[in-house]
Design a protein around this ligand. Structure first.
Ligand code: NCD
Length: 303
């Protein structure tokens, strides 16, 4: 039985197969509409989410399966003090697969060790968010036709943003990727990540101003400042509007640079940019459903 805790749990070849499957699902949705008949997905969300939880639910319904679960820790037995290990043992009796989001780093991993069903990490604290990374990679592969040979700018909260951490780890396995980290000093990418890049001899640059580098980028991955992970509100307020991508900045960008964002967006991309054909963050949401469908089928060994 397999779980998904980190994007590195799948080899590059396995990811290729997963993305091919997601592509087939996109083209032939009918073919997959009954694959999960009689199967249940449990969504155990101990932290707020709209997109990820609904994306998993939509994915399971599109496959003809059912969904049970909770979207708020206060309405689950966690409020009575139950451990994730006990919760997953119980869920293992009710469902065939589980997607878990938790504010504590490593909680889905702890759950997976006691689970009798595949567990998917749907985001653990500031650590990892592998299914967002699968979504990001599928979006890039589908719209750019490749996952190698590009310069990617990651902008915003690179310290607390788990989507950023997961994406960097996944991209280092592809050839000739150049990273440009764009953040205020306080929100720089953690040292353990830059050390990993140095060890692997992968090129990266750290800058503060988006305008200085936007013209070099093939992809721009924007992120919101992660308010819930700040220790004090004052710092959040000072940093929250540090970057605002608007039409004027987009004029400096390459004509085929894609803008990705895991969403939710707060202020970091002005709505005037939404009509730019380079803005693909809503398409990305659609790819998220296809890739989660492919993932559920793969972990349930239905392909
Ligand atoms: C992201 C997350 O939860 O980390 N959202 C998502 O799942 N698409 C990004 C964020 O909350 O900023």
């Amino acid at each position: 039985m397999r779980h998904l805790m980190s994007p590195l749990d799948f080899s590059v070849e396995e990811l290729d197969k997963l993305f091919d499957l997601a592509g087939d699902i996109e083209r032939n949705p009918e073919k997959y509409s009954k694959k999960c008949e009689g199967k249940k997905l449990a969504t155990c969300f101990y932290e707020p989410s709209t997109r990820t939880r609904l994306s998993f639910e939509a994915a399971m319904y599109n496959l003809g399966g059912h969904v049970i679960g909770f979207s708020d820790a206060s309405s689950s037995s966690a409020a009575k003090g139950e451990s994730v290990s006990d919760t997953i043992r119980m869920i293992s009796c009710y469902a065939d697969i589980c997607a878990m989001r938790h504010p504590k780093e490593g909680a889905p991993m702890v759950a997976s060790m006691k689970s009798h069903i595949p567990v998917i990490n749907a985001g653990d604290g500031g650590h990892q968010h592998p299914t967002q990374t699968l979504t990001d990679l599928l979006t890039i592969r589908s719209l750019k036709g490749r996952l190698d040979n590009f310069t990617i700018g990651l902008c915003g909260d690179l310290k607390f943003g788990r989507t950023v951490h997961s994406l960097i780890h996944a991209l280092v396995r592809y050839k000739n990727i150049k990273f440009v980290f764009i953040s205020p000093d306080e929100l720089r990418v953690p040292d353990y990540i830059t050390e990993m890049l140095q060890e692997k001899g992968i090129s990266y640059q750290e800058v503060i101003r988006l305008e200085d580098v936007i013209g070099e980028l093939d992809l721009l991955y924007m992120t919101r400042v992660q308010r819930e992970r700040f220790f004090n509100e004052e710092d959040y307020v000072r940093l929250k509007d540090f970057y605002i991508l608007n039409k004027a900045k987009m004029e400096l960008a390459k004509p085929d640079m894609l803008i990705l964002h895991p969403l939710p967006r707060v202020n970091e991309i002005s709505v005037e940019v939404d009509d730019d054909e380079r803005a693909v963050y809503f398409k990305q949401v659609q790819y998220g459903v296809y890739v989660r469908m492919a993932l559920i089928l793969t972990l349930l060994e239905l392909v």
